[in-house]
Design a protein around this ligand. Sequence first.
Ligand code: PEP
Length: 257
Amino acid sequence: MGDQRVILISANWKMHLNNVEALSLVQQFAAHLSASPIPPGREVSIHPPFTSLATVKAAIETYRLPVVLGAQTCHFADSGAYTGEVSAGMLASLNVRYVIAGHSELRAQCGETDEVVRDKVSAIYRHAMRPILCVGETTAERNSGVAERKVRRQVASALGDRPAELVAAAVIAYEPLWAIGAGVTATPDDAAQMCTAIRNELGNLAGVDEAAMVRIQYGGSVTAESSGALLGAENVDGFLVGGASLDAEQFSTIVTG
Ligand code: PEP
């Protein structure tokens, strides 16, 4: 665990919950937090679908929840003829603080390349928000011994040749593809090994001091049962949580446990 780094635990709701259901989940989460507050040194972000961003923003304000708003992606352009897309500037105007970039589902299902991810990260920084850059390897890549090389390449592609302070402001989510939505969690040792490799790569890109400021999350079937041991792993500074973040009680336990 990073000693000076604030832990960041992020809820990725993916394409779940309509506007009414989103409000209900935030209300349930607020009730849990009033009984068991978020400990100091932890930050929480909630990433609903675009259609519920304004509702969740209003609920955070109404219930004075100590959490920040996040988004699941954005377009790389600031405006233009991109039907159906949402720009980083639009998200910033809703007080979004963190935007996920390069989630493996978008890389796989929407052909999001390393180049597109880099451009999205640039758009996020242009609008004074912070990227949560997702990186991770497939089972085949792990078995053939190229996992670390691939993850380092993804980090360098998105963050290389940027001012050191922007690298320091990034959040990286190490999400092995074999663990996402699979009910299989990486061991704390597996997570520590890759998160340490990521920090070393960040050191190469921006210097050791800046690398030490970056929060590195683990993501992939995190549950209330697995979160404690994973948070104790070296260089793991929080989580990107999918399925378990849709259950207010379980997500509250991950956040406060
Ligand atoms: C994710 O989609 O980022 C994720 C980690 O999902 P899950 O927790 O469901 O594996």
